[in-house]
Design a binder for this molecule. Structure first.
Ligand code: SAM
Length: 218
């Protein structure tokens, strides 16, 4: 593991919720019909933005997060989700248990070597015919250029930045990078979009890559 996990607890100092009411991502909702089972793993579940609605739809959700405060919020809003406090870089995914593994807005908070490891874990342990859903910051994210001029960050290769004060990493991805990671999956959806983030601070744009893929039965 490279560096520290990002400390999301700090973000809850002045607020009781960052995300507000949970709402299932529309792309994910569209493709739920492809799932043949009900077991879901959410890596970096946060407050349960996707997983609370999934649980309400009857899915059996396990969520992992490093932030105890995010987990408390999730727990207060849903009693049906199994919550695990762990660093997702350590978490061992049970083989052939999950029909859907998702990680929304999380993997960009890691060094890409750690991301590669997690994606390998997901790919080898997801059930055959299962789906993966991932969203990450893209190289078009305006935050990338801002990091170039920020003295707290060192730029490494492949659009990875090191935060010297926190010893954390932030990574930006291209669409092709994500497609290459999942070249042995069938692509269901890939999008490279801008979306307005009005959940914290002043409203600002993010460049986001979303990927949904299916692990074929070989
Ligand atoms: C932007 S929030 C996204 C939360 C949720 N997936 C959503 O879509 O609303 C990022 C979450 O990732 C968690 N996180 C970041 N790095 C982590 C790590 N290494 N291990 C576990 N959780 C992590 C944070 O604690 C935070 O709750």
């Amino acid at each position: 593991m490279i560096g520290n996990p990002v400390d999301y607890n700090k973000k809850y100092n002045n607020t009781s919720s960052i995300r507000g009411k949970a709402k299932l991502d529309i792309s994910l909702k569209t493709y739920l019909k492809l799932l043949s089972g009900k077991n879901v793993l959410d890596l970096g579940i946060g407050e349960g933005q996707n997983s609370i609605p999934l649980s309400e739809l009857g899915y059996h959700v396990t969520g992992v997060d490093y932030s105890t405060k995010a987990l408390d919020i999730c727990r207060n809003n849903s009693s049906n989700i199994k919550l695990i406090h762990d660093d997702i870089r350590n978490f061992i995914i049970e083989k052939d248990k999950y029909d859907l593994i998702l990680s929304a807005g999380v993997l960009h908070f890691l060094h890409k070597d750690d991301v590669n490891h997690i994606i390998k874990e997901i790919k080898s342990n997801l059930k055959p015919n299962g789906l993966v859903y991932i969203s990450v910051f893209s190289e078009k994210d305006p935050g990338l250029n801002k990091k170039e001029n920020n003295i707290d960050f060192d730029r490494l290769d492949h659009n990875i930045f090191h935060n010297r004060l926190e010893n954390t990493y932030i990574s930006y991805f291209s669409r092709n990078e994500i497609l290459k990671q999942f070249s042995d999956f069938t692509t269901i959806l890939v999008s490279d979009e801008y979306s307005l983030d009005f959940f914290h601070g002043n409203p600002h744009y993010h460049g986001i890559i979303k990927y949904i893929g299916k692990k074929e039965k070989f």
